[in-house]
Write a protein that binds this ligand. Structure first.
Ligand code: DOR
Ligand code: ZN
Length: 344
């Protein structure tokens, strides 16, 4: 039986939600990851450092005894975010990035940025003080095909943005296309990207296998296989510009199995194991540790973790659903198998 021993990893893009959902979710992530960048798209969104501190306290208060986990907080950028708030965030030591959602691009993005020009002064200030910008990179223009929204965003928004702010550190979150891979690998220093397990393991056919599959719907949406292969190649190269960010984004079963289902795939129950499958497919298991545990920490200027985890090449049955407050949560691979298992 094959096994892999890795430095304890971090999840550089995670949705932990709040309240009873948070309580149901946190053990999955804390079992695998030492830290996670916690997305701020709650209702209402986490727009101030005071709200981020309070959310962090709620997360820590929810952590089951015996588990250690550090939430790395983020602020939700709006048209009204002030440079002073960035200073407060920077000084807090608990806020590690500011998330830019184009208004209307995805779940709970209604309060996002309506026009990037409106936040230009804040971005300049973030560059000056070294605050990381995390970008949901899709245009919201309804005239643009949903599969092209990331590539068009690079041209229309991201490339000009990083040129206007040459010192701004940017994480292009959950990249899904060949265009994004090329852009990130060819960009100036200070540009990186996260890659999800679903975009490494599935292409857009997974949305329609035998019928419509709402649990495979996330944003950015799954793409054609040539894009998946481009992502796999890129992570297999070992480039430090790419790191683990699950974008694990739970929604109650009835809100996904609906006439207008929510975007988001829950993967925290088997995140590292799913990445191991992808890296194994790419013949690149030797690069998994750096992707999962080194590149993100180095980019964010945080120490690497010291503990270790063990992955065993032994498959397990994923439950059909997990409890989720009063609801049910259908995880990625529900009722199927994952080929790797994390040793307890
Ligand atoms: O699929 C997604 N779900 N993409 C996002 O950008 C947000 C996330 C969520 O919060 O559910
Ligand atoms: Zn996300």
């Amino acid at each position: 039986m094959r096994s892999l021993r890795l430095t304890r990893p971090d999840d550089w893009h995670l949705h932990l939600r709040d309240g009873t959902a948070l309580a149901a979710l946190l053990p999955f992530t804390a079992r695998q990851f030492a830290r996670a960048i916690v997305m701020p798209n709650l209702r209402p969104p986490v727009t101030t450092t005071a709200q981020a501190r309070a959310y962090r306290e709620r997360i820590l208060a929810t952590l089951p005894a015996g588990l250690r986990f550090e939430p790395l907080m983020t602020l939700y950028l709006t048209d009204r975010t002030s440079p002073a708030e960035i200073d407060t965030a920077r000084a807090s030591g608990v806020v590690h990035g500011v998330k830019y959602y184009p208004a209307g691009a995805t779940t709970n993005s209604e309060s996002g940025v309506t026009d990037i020009a409106r936040v230009d002064a804040v971005l300049a200030h973030m560059a000056a003080v070294g605050m990381v910008l995390q970008v949901h990179g899709e245009v919201t223009d309804p005239a643009v095909d949903v599969f092209d929204r990331e590539a068009v965003f690079i041209e229309r928004v991201l490339a000009p943005l990083i040129e206007r702010h040459p010192r701004l550190k940017v994480v292009f979150e959950h990249i899904t296309t060949r265009e994004a891979v090329r852009f990130v690998l060819g960009a100036r220093a200070g540009i990186a990207a996260t890659v999800t397990p679903q975009h490494l393991l599935m292409n857009r056919n997974a949305l329609f296998t035998g019928g419509i599959r709402p649990h495979h719907y996330c944003l950015p949406v799954l793409k054609a296989d040539l894009h998946r292969l481009s992502l796999l190649d890129a992570v297999a190269s070992g480039t430090p510009r790419l790191f683990l960010g699950t974008d694990s984004a739970p929604h109650a079963r009835h809100t996904k199995e609906a006439a207008c289902g929510c975007a988001g795939i829950f993967s925290a129950h088997g995140a590292l194991e799913l990445y191991a499958e992808a890296f194994e497919e790419a013949g690149a298991l030797s690069h998994l540790e750096a992707f999962a545990a080194f590149h993100g920490a180095d980019f964010y200027g945080l120490p690497r973790n010291s503990g270790q985890v063990t992955l065993v090449r032994e498959s397990w049955d994923v439950p059909a659903h997990y409890p989720f407050g009063e609801d049910e949560l259908v995880p990625l691979r529900a009722g199927e198998r994952i080929a790797w298992r994390m040793a307890p």
